[in-house]
Design a binder for this molecule. Structure first.
Ligand SMILES: Cc1ncc(C[n+]2csc(CCOP(=O)(O)OP(=O)(O)O)c2C)c(N)n1
Length: 608
C-alpha cells in the first residue's frame, strides 16, 4: 500500500516509476469509493491522478506553489498533502473543502472556485517570489475549459514578460463540463495531432511521396505540409508567440513523460507551458464513458432522481416560449445542463448559444442580440454572473437594452462553499439603475415572472431562483409584485426561497406577512404598507449590505419612520454545509425565523 497519510514530496521522489504507477491505481480506487460516498467532483480528479503525482514528485509544496484553476480537480493534491484521513468530511460542514483553501492547508497556494484565474494569480506569486530572492516555482494548473475564460488570455498576455519562475500546466481533456467545442479546443487538438504526427516520424517527405498530383487531395496535403513546416521552421504556436516556452504535448497518463516534461520546465528559468493531454474520468468506466455526468456527483446516499428542479422549469418554460416567439434566444456560459438549457437547445438549436466559460462575453453578446431586436435570455448561476458586472452596467443598462437574466442558484447553494454562494446578486445588481429584479419562490411564480421579464419589461430584467426544488406552490395565471396578508400589528417581510415559510409564520403567530416578488425597484405600495407597522421583521437570504432589507429601511427613514426594524440577512462569506445548515446558521430556517419573531425585536432601532 503506497497511499497513506504520511505521503510527502520526499517519499514520492524516492519512489520508482512502477511504485508511482501503483500509487496512482490506489488513488483511483480511493477516489471512486470516497467521492461516491460524499459527493463531489469525480471525473476531473480521475483525469489528473498521474499528473498530480508527477507534479508533487518534481515540485515541493509549500515552497513551490501549485495554483489550481477552478480547483475542483485538487482532490489528489489534497490526498498527497496530509488530508487523506479527512476525505470522509469532504464538502461537509466543518470538513475539508472541495476547492483549494489556504486557510485549510499551507499547500493550497490560492483560493479557487471561479474559473480561469490561475495564470494571473501564479504570475503574481512567481513575480513576488523572484522579487524577494526566492527561486521556487509557481505552477498554474488550468484546464482547456477554463482556458476559454477571458482572464486566462489576459494572464497569458502578461505571463511571457514577467521574468519569473512561472509554469503553466495545461490539462487538455477536450472537455469543459460538457464537450469543449470552442475554437481554442480545436486549436489544441490541432497542436496535439500535428506534434504527435511529427513525433511518429511520418515526415514531410513521407507526405509528399503520398501526395496525389491532382484534385482536392493535393490541396489538403499542401496545407498539412505548410502547417508542419511552420512548426518545424518557426517552432511556433500560440503560446510561443506570447513569449512562453512550449513543452508538449505530453501523455498525461504516462508518468515517465510527465516527470521529464515537468523537470524540463523547472530547469528553464523562463515562463513555460506544459501541454498535457488527459482523459477525463480515466480508469473508471462509467466516468470515462460519460465524463460530463460524472463531472460532479451527489452522494449515493442523497441522490434523488426525477422530479423537476427550478432549472428544469426555467429551461422548459423558455423552450415553450421560444416555439411561439422566434425572437427568443438562449445563452449559457458552459452550463447547458446546470441551467436547464438543454431543453431549449433541443428545440431551437439555431437560437441557442454556448459561449464557453465567458460570462462577460455572454452578457455583451446578449446586448448585441437585443440591440437588433432579439429577446436574449442569459441563464447563469448567480455566483458566475458576478464576472459580468461591468458589462451589465456598460453594455446593457446604460442603453438600456432588453436582456433577460435567468439567475440560477440564487441564495445558498450548499456544499461548494464560500466561492459559489449566490448571495451577492441582489445587492450588486440592485445598485444598477434600470434593473428590474424578480425573485420567485416556486415554479408557478418562476414561469409567470419569466413571462413578465420578457413581455412587460422594456429594459434589463433579472429573474432569480434558488437551487433545487420548490418547497411550496401556488396556482395563478399572473404573479403580482407582492403578496400581503394582514394579521396583527407586526409585519414579517421576505422574498425568494424562504418566503415558503410565511404561510406557517402567519398561521402560527398571527403576524402580518408580506412576500416580495418584484424586489427591484421595491414597489412604492410595499414601503407604504411597512410604514404602517411599528415592528418590522425583514429576512433576506442574501448579503445585508445593499440588499432589499437595507433599502426598505432607508426608504422608511426617508419617510420619518419611528418604528423598529429588525434585519436578519447574511453578513459574511458563507461556510460549507448543506443548504439547510446554512439557512439555520444564518437565522433563516423556518424555526430560526419563528424564534426571532416570537422573541423581542432586535436589530436597528430607529425610534430615538
Ligand atoms: C467563472 C466560472 N464559470 C463557470 C464555472 C463552472 N465550471 C466549473 S468546472 C467547469 C469546467 C472546467 O473545465 P476544465 O477547465 O477543462 O476542467 P475539467 O473539469 O475538464 O478538468 C465549469 C464550467 C466556474 N467554476 N467558474
Amino acid at each position: 500500500m503506497y497511499l497513506n497519510k504520511n505521503i510527502s514530496h520526499d517519499t514520492l521522489k524516492a519512489m520508482t516509476l512502477e511504485e508511482k504507477n501503483e500509487l496512482c491505481k490506489e488513488i483511483r480506487s480511493f477516489l471512486v469509493k470516497s467521492v461516491r460516498n460524499t459527493g463531489g467532483h469525480l471525473s476531473p480528479n480521475l483525469g489528473v491522478v498521474e499528473m498530480t503525482v508527477a507534479l508533487h514528485s518534481v515540485f515541493e509544496t509549500p515552497l513551490d506553489k501549485l495554483v489550481f484553476d477552478v480547483g475542483h480537480q485538487a482532490y489528489v493534491h489534497k490526498m498527497l498533502t496530509g488530508r487523506l484521513g479527512r476525505f470522509g468530511t469532504l464538502r461537509k460542514q466543518g470538513g475539508i473543502s472541495g476547492f483549494p483553501r489556504p486557510d485549510e492547508s499551507e499547500h493550497d497556494a490560492f483560493i479557487a472556485g471561479h474559473s480561469s484565474i490561475s495564470i494571473s494569480a501564479a504570475a503574481g506569486i512567481a513575480k513576488a517570489m523572484k522579487l524577494s530572492g526566492d527561486n521556487h516555482h509557481a505552477v498554474a494548473i488550468i484546464g482547456d475549459g477554463a482556458f476559454t475564460g477571458g482572464i486566462a488570455f489576459e494572464g497569458l498576455n502578461n505571463a511571457g514578460k514577467i521574468d519569473a519562475n512561472l509554469i503553466i500546466v495545461l490539462n487538455d481533456n477536450g472537455m469543459s463540463i460538457s464537450k469543449n467545442k470552442s475554437a481554442f479546443a480545436m486549436y489544441l487538438a490541432h497542436i496535439r495531432s500535428s506534434r504527435k504526427y511529427l513525433k511518429t516520424k511520418r515526415s514531410v517527405k513521407n507526405i509528399i511521396s503520398k501526395t496525389p498530383l491532382i484534385g482536392k487531395g493535393i490541396d489538403r496535403s499542401l496545407s498539412r505540409i505548410k502547417h508542419i513546416f511552420k512548426e518545424i521552421i518557426y517552432k511556433s504556436n500560440l503560446f510561443e508567440s506570447f513569449g512562453i516556452n512550449y513543452i508538449g504535448p505530453v501523455d498525461g497518463h504516462n508518468m515517465h513523460e510527465l516527470i521529464r516534461a515537468f523537470e524540463a520546465a523547472r530547469m528553464i528559468n523562463k515562463p513555460s507551458i506544459v501541454h498535457v493531454y488527459t482523459k477525463k474520468g480515466k480508469g473508471y468506466l462509467p466516468a470515462e464513458q460519460n465524463p460530463g455526468e460524472y463531472h460532479g456527483i451527489t452522494s449515493v446516499k442523497t441522490a434523488v432522481k426525477s422530479k423537476d428542479t427550478f432549472s428544469d422549469v426555467m429551461g422548459k418554460t423558455l423552450a415553450e416560449l421560444g416555439t411561439k416567439d422566434k425572437s427568443i434566444c438562449a445563452i449559457t456560459a458552459a452550463m447547458k445542463y446546470g441551467t436547464g438549457l438543454q431543453h431549449f437547445c433541443a428545440e431551437h438549436r439555431d437560437r441557442y448559444f454556448d459561449g464557453g466559460i465567458a460570462e462577460q462575453h455572454c452578457v455583451t453578446f446578449a446586448g448585441g442580440l437585443a440591440q437588433q431586436g432579439m429577446k436574449p435570455v442569459f441563464a447563469v448561476y448567480s455566483t458566475f454572473l458576478q464576472r459580468g458586472f461591468d458589462q451589465m452596467i456598460h453594455d446593457i443598462s446604460i442603453h438600456p437594452l432588453h436582456v433577460v437574466f435567468a439567475i440560477d442558484r440564487a441564495g445558498f447553494v450548499g456544499e461548494d462553499g464560500a466561492t459559489h454562494q449566490g448571495i451577492f446578486d441582489v445587492s450588486v445588481l440592485g445598485a444598477i439603475p434600470n434593473m428590474a429584479i424578480y425573485s420567485p419562490s416556486n415554479y408557478c411564480e418562476l414561469r409567470n415572472t419569466l413571462n413578465r421579464a420578457l413581455y412587460e419589461e422594456k429594459g434589463p430584467a433579472c429573474v432569480r431562483y434558488p437551487k433545487g426544488r420548490e418547497e411550496w406552490s401556488v396556482n395563478e395565471k399572473y404573479t403580482p409584485d407582492f403578496r400581503f396578508k394582514s394579521g396583527d400589528n407586526q409585519l414579517v417581510v421576505t422574498y425568494g426561497r424562504i418566503a415558503a415559510n410565511l404561510t406557517e409564520i402567519y398561521k402560527s403567530t398571527g403576524k402580518s406577512t408580506l412576500q416580495l416578488i418584484k424586489i427591484n425597484p421595491i414597489p412604492k405600495e410595499v414601503i407604504q404598507i411597512c410604514a404602517n407597522y411599528e415592528n418590522i421583521y425583514l429576512f433576506e437570504e442574501g448579503i445585508e449590505n445593499g440588499g432589499v432589507s437595507s433599502k426598505i429601511a432607508v426608504e422608511l427613514l426617508k419617510l420619518g419612520y419611528k418604528g423598529n426594524v429588525s434585519i436578519t440577512a447574511v453578513n459574511d462569506f458563507v461556510k460549507t454545509g448543506t443548504v439547510e445548515q446554512q439557512l439555520e446558521l444564518h437565522g433563516l430556517s423556518k424555526n430560526k425565523m419563528l424564534e426571532k419573531i416570537i422573541g423581542i425585536p432586535q436589530g436597528i432601532a430607529m425610534n430615538e
